[in-house]
Ligand binder design. Sequence first.
Ligand SMILES: Nc1ncnc2c1ncn2[C@@H]1O[C@H](COP(=O)(O)OP(=O)(O)OP(=O)(O)O)[C@@H](O)[C@H]1O
Length: 299
Amino acid sequence: MSEEFKLPSYREQSPKVAERFRKMYSRPVKMEIKGLSKTFQTSKGTTTALKGIDFSIYHREFVSVIGPSGCGKSTLIRMLAGLDFPTGGEALLEGKPVTGPGSDRGMVFQGYTLFPWLTVKKNVMFGLELSGKSGSAVESEARSWINIVGLSGFEDSYPSQLSGGMKQRVAIARALANNPRILFMDEPFGALDAQTRSQMQAYLLQIWKNVDVTIMFVTHDLDEAIYLSDRILVLKANPGEVNEVIEVPVPRPRTPEQFISPEFLATRKRLEELIHPKGAQEEKELPVVRMVGAEDEVE
Ligand SMILES: Nc1ncnc2c1ncn2[C@@H]1O[C@H](COP(=O)(O)OP(=O)(O)OP(=O)(O)O)[C@@H](O)[C@H]1O
C-alpha cells in the first residue's frame, strides 16, 4: 500500500528561502501602509471598501494582493498610487506621506493604456519628456528600456501593430522609464490568453531581477501570485481587511516546473482555503434545460 501523500505546511521554508526573507526584512521599508481605510458614500448607504490596513513593503520586494471580488484590491492600489484618497490612515513612500500622483510611482493596468497615435519609442519617451528631458539622451534611454522588455526592433511600430503581450511590455517599459521607486500593477495580464500570460510572468520576473524596482501586483490568479511573489497579501471582503500575509516558501529563481512542487501546492491550498472557505458558498443546483434525449445524458 502506498503511503498517503501529505503536503507540507505552507509555512515550512527551506534554509535558502528563510535566508532570502531574512535579507529582505533587513532592507529599508519602501512603502508603509498605516491603518489605511476607505469608505464610499453611495445612494445605497456607506460601503467600507478597506478598513485598517497595516502592511510594509520592503525595498526590492515583489508583493501580490489577492482576495475575493470586491475586497478592495483596486481601491488599495489606487490610494497607494495617489489616484484616490483614504478616509482614514495613511501611506508613506520612503517615509513621505502619499498625497497625490507622482512620477516616483509607476502604474500598469489591465487595459492597454498606450497612446495609439504614438510609436512604441514615442510612448516610452512620453513620461521622460514630461519630466523635462529632451533630445537624443531621451531617445537612447527609451531604446534601452525597449531593449530591457525585449522589444528591440519594434521602436517604430504603432500599438495597433503589436500583440496584447507586446503592448503590456511597452506599458511596463514606459512605467519603468520614469525610474519609479515602486511599480503598481493592477491585473496587468488579465486580458491575455493563457500562453501569453505565462510568458509575460516569466518576462516580468526577469525585468524585476534586472531593474532596481519594488513591485505591488494585484491579481485574481492564485498560481500567478505564488509564481511571482515574495509575499502575498490576502484580503477579505466586507469590509476589506487583511486576512493573512503569506511568505511564499517556493525557492527562487522560479520556474514553471515548480507549479507542482510540494511548497507551491501547499501555498495554493492555503490560498484556496482563505479565498474560497468551505461552506461560504452553498452549492446550488442549476436548472436542467433538456435539449437531448435521456439516453444522451452525461455525468
Ligand atoms: N467609486 C466608488 N464608489 C462607490 N463604491 C466603490 C467605488 N469604488 C469601489 N467601490 C466599492 O468598494 C469595494 C471594493 O472595490 P474594489 O474595486 O477596490 O474591489 P476589488 O477587490 O478590486 O474588486 P475586483 O476583484 O472585482 O476587481 C466594492 O464593494 C466596490 O463596490
